[in-house]
Design a protein around this ligand. Structure first.
Ligand SMILES: [Zn+2]
Length: 530
């Protein structure tokens, strides 16, 4: 009897492979998937079982390692694209080097209205930069984010355009640094950045620029083995739809919008799936600042700043309202919490509003916690969205800023897992590099102070290679509530996978220099290394 629905299949068999099996330490050796539907039909060990099937393509993968497609559960794709396009200040080791890089960029981009830069760290520069450092480079407005995006430095022209002068008061939740005479130094913290950024964005975030940045960011993610990005985007839904409509969306994008843009540039309804690869079901709320900027909200003072406990960006009442509004609008929550006081406030809001644990609220970063917070996290169904690449960077100075009792629950990922809390891995790129293999390396080896260090920060918290892979595969899929068809390679799952040139499972040290040879999404090869 013929079926009324003529469904055509185009079956591809990949064999002679070491395919990561999320359920057991025994690798699969072959898999068979349908290029049309994108689903895995059969998978197994030994000789491929192709009985009764017509195979359109058989690929001998030469014994290479295959992993499920990798997720980055916290990333800013358009910002990555923008930073690749803009003036990069990462690893500048002096004010002079920073000035030279900006001057070079100005020369190469004579038509730029704004000089947009990012990536500096005062720890590497020797001191905080100031507006005079930038004034000598150009009269054009210059804006330069610190690597964390919670602090920026601008020149005089930019201060003027934002209407900032010595008489201006600090905005709620933000600071303008001043010298001993009360003059602005050009350093803007937290909410004080917003008015300047709003003008910058007007100049560089026209839809056509945004599409350009998104495409640059997505391409770089794909080439690093990421098949799904959970991207925090202020207002990029329409642009992402345009890219998907033009069949140019290379990987899956699970967008998270911001609470501040709750009514703008969002899908028609929460969870809308646009085409095959794009959806948005969560809204991000900021609870505190960053550790690098000493603005993460703590229950104790920073030891290098006796008066400072960091900054809660909203009062408890405001936070409760935000959580209530996002939930009422039908979205899931993603809350930025770095300090223990921020995690406490976020949990209080979830408890007060009575957010359903089945909606799996996400606490992003969770860097500094406390023992009493963990059972509350589990009870609320919280996913800890962690950033392993922060560890080598932050542990260089963490002990100089945090009091001992708070260090005890800093970056305690193994403890979280033991407590039954699902952890998902992300880079927060462009804060750190988006390479997911480096994130796995950091989760396993926890190198103290820098990725090349052989000293270990809290060895008892080191993850196994399988736990580290789970962070970026299975648990990433769980974070998107797609654990039924993404994040693992098994029958009925989508054929999202990466082929890598080293066996990272038996040689975890090779995570540092492993290369992605192929990247497949829904049974289609999207990237092949030449
Ligand atoms: Zn972020």
């Amino acid at each position: 009897m013929s079926n009324a629905f003529h469904y055509t299949e185009k079956l591809i068999c990949i064999f002679n492979a070491k395919i990561y099996n999320s359920d057991s330490e025994t690798d699969f050796e072959w898999m068979l998937f349908d290029e049309i539907s994108g689903y895995i039909k059969r998978i197994g060990v030994g000789k491929p079982d192709l009985s009764g099937l017509t195979i359109s393509n058989s690929i001998d993968i030469g014994g290479q390692r295959i992993l499920p497609g990798l997720h980055d559960s916290h990333i800013h794709v358009s910002n990555i694209g923008r930073e690749i396009w803009s003036c990069e200040l990462n690893n500048c080791s002096s004010i002079k080097e920073m000035q030279e890089r900006i001057a070079n960029y100005c020369k190469k981009n004579p038509n730029a209205e704004w000089i947009f830069c990012a990536g500096w760290e005062q720890e590497k520069l020797g001191r905080l930069p100031n507006s005079q450092d930038l004034d000598v480079i150009s009269d054009k407005p210059i804006f330069a984010y610190r690597i964390c995006h919670h602090i920026a430095v601008v020149n005089k022209t930019a201060l003027k355009l934002a209407g900032y002068n010595r008489d201006i008061k600090d905005p709620e939740g933000g600071t303008l640094d001043r010298d001993s005479n009360g003059e602005l130094t050009g350093i803007l913290r937290e909410n004080a950045i917003n008015p300047v950024m709003a003008i910058v964005l007007k100049s560089i975030s026209k839809p056509e620029s945004l599409i350009k940045f998104l495409k640059i960011g997505l391409k770089n993610c794909l080439e690093s083995g990421l098949t799904s990005v959970h991207s925090n985007e202020a207002a990029s839904w329409n642009e992402l739809c345009t890219i998907e409509r033009n069949k140019e969306l290379s990987i899956r994008v699970f967008m998270a919008s911001y609470y501040s843009s709750l009514s703008k540039n969002l899908p028609k309804y929460p969870g809308e799936q646009y085409g095959n690869l794009l959806s948005c079901d969560r809204i991000k709320i900021f609870c505190d600042g960053s550790l690098g900027g000493s603005s993460a909200a703590m229950s104790m003072h920073y030891i290098n700043d006796e008066k400072n406990k960091g900054l809660l960006l909203m009062s408890q009442d405001e936070l409760n309202t935000a959580v209530r509004e996002v939930t009422a609008a039908g979205y899931r929550l993603e809350i930025h919490v770095i300090g223990d006081a921020a995690a406490d406030a976020a949990l209080t809001a979830l408890e007060t509003v009575g957010v359903d644990p089945n909606k799996r609220p996400i606490l992003t970063h969770c860097q500094i916690l406390r023992k009493d917070l963990l059972p509350r996290m589990r009870k609320q169904g919280v996913i800890a969205n962690i950033q392993p690449p922060f560890l080598p960077t932050d542990t260089a100075w963490l002990h100089l800023r945090l009091p001992k009792p708070l260090l005890e629950y800093a970056y305690v990922w193994k403890t979280l897992m033991k407590e039954g809390i699902v952890c998902a891995g992300g880079s927060d790129s462009p804060v750190e590099h988006w390479n997911p293999f480096w994130g796995m390396y950091d989760a396993i080896f926890r190198p103290l102070g820098s990725r090349t260090s052989t000293e270990v920060h809290k060895p008892e918290e080191c993850l196994t290679i399988r736990e580290a892979v789970d962070l970026y595969t299975k648990n990433g899929a769980y974070t998107t509530r797609r654990e039924h068809d993404l994040g693992q390679l098994k029958v009925g799952y989508l054929a999202d996978f990466v082929v890598v040139d080293k066996d990272i499972i038996t040689e975890p040290k090779s995570l540092l220099d492993v290369k992605v040879n192929q990247c497949w999404i829904s049974g289609i090869c999207k990237y092949k290394r030449l």
